[in-house]
Design a protein around this ligand. Structure first.
Ligand code: IMP
Ligand code: MG
Length: 230
């Protein structure tokens, strides 16, 4: 009481977001069914409400487009695996949480899931190149089909480290599903079995992805466009 409210830190625009063109390509062609048009209207309204609260973020992939693509990925995954020998989904914390939660509800076979946590960034937008396992799996993957679920493939350092580690544990198969991929930034070749969207070299937030832990709860993928002064 009587105390000045502590102001939050200013959010600076990452340099790669200042001038790049915004071109997003689904990794494979996919179509939105006609009856999803109605749902899309509701989701556009929801995006607009969120954007009014976060004016510094510009929508790159709206929530209707995201949901349609995540659904297509889930259905593809369900077709590719045997329901009698379903995969263990391995989410990479924290970024993949929202994607994994949506994705698994579009996979109508009895999958299970677990998480690993890996650090490769501080509160910065460029990878430090140093990858560290912060939390391991709770379960053994020997003899299991494993599908790693990641939010974004940037340089590829995180995923190549994780895949190498998991391969030593003798899973029957090891595949990768990433929501986003930045082809221009890839340093290490990582085989991707399922990919949502190829995006330009811009720092993105929302749908689980953060900037200094913020913006994970946005229902769409966006780019930071202006300095926010709180
Ligand atoms: P990589 O090791 O360079 O491929 O980076 C992978 C990790 O860095 C991702 O799992 C994200 O957590 C984070 N990351 C990379 N690019 C972005 C971005 O544009 N926005 C938010 N996080 C990102
Ligand atoms: Mg991640």
């Amino acid at each position: 009481m009587g105390q000045a409210t502590k102001s939050e830190p200013e959010v600076a625009i990452p340099p790669e977001n200042r001038s790049n063109p915004r071109e997003v390509l689904p990794c494979e062609s996919h179509e939105i069914a006609p009856d999803e048009g109605r749902i899309a209207c509701v989701e556009h309204l929801q995006d607009a409400l969120w954007q009014a609260r976060f004016p510094e973020v510009q929508v790159l992939i709206d929530s209707a487009t995201l949901q349609a693509r995540v659904r297509a990925l889930g259905e593809q995954i369900a077709r590719d695996y045997d329901p009698n020998d379903p995969p263990l989904l391995v989410g990479v914390l924290k970024g993949s949480l929202v994607f994994l939660a949506d994705l698994m509800r579009y996979i109508p076979i009895p999958v299970t899931y677990d998480f690993v946590a890996i650090s490769s960034y501080g509160a910065e937008t460029r990878t430090s190149g140093v990858v560290r396992l912060l939390k391991d799996l709770d379960t053994s993957i020997a003899g299991r089909h494993v599908l790693v679920v990641e939010d974004i493939l940037d340089t590829g350092l995180t995923l190549s480290y994780l895949l190498e580690l998991l391969r030593t544990r003798n899973p029957v198969s090891l595949k990768v599903c990433t929501l986003l991929r930045k082809p221009a930034r890839q340093k290490v070749a990582v085989p991707v079995d399922y990919c949502g969207f190829d995006i330009p070299d811009q720092f993105v937030v929302g749908y689980g992805l953060d900037y200094a832990e913020r913006y994970r709860n946005l229902p769409f993928i966006g780019v930071l466009t202006e300095v926010e002064i709180l």
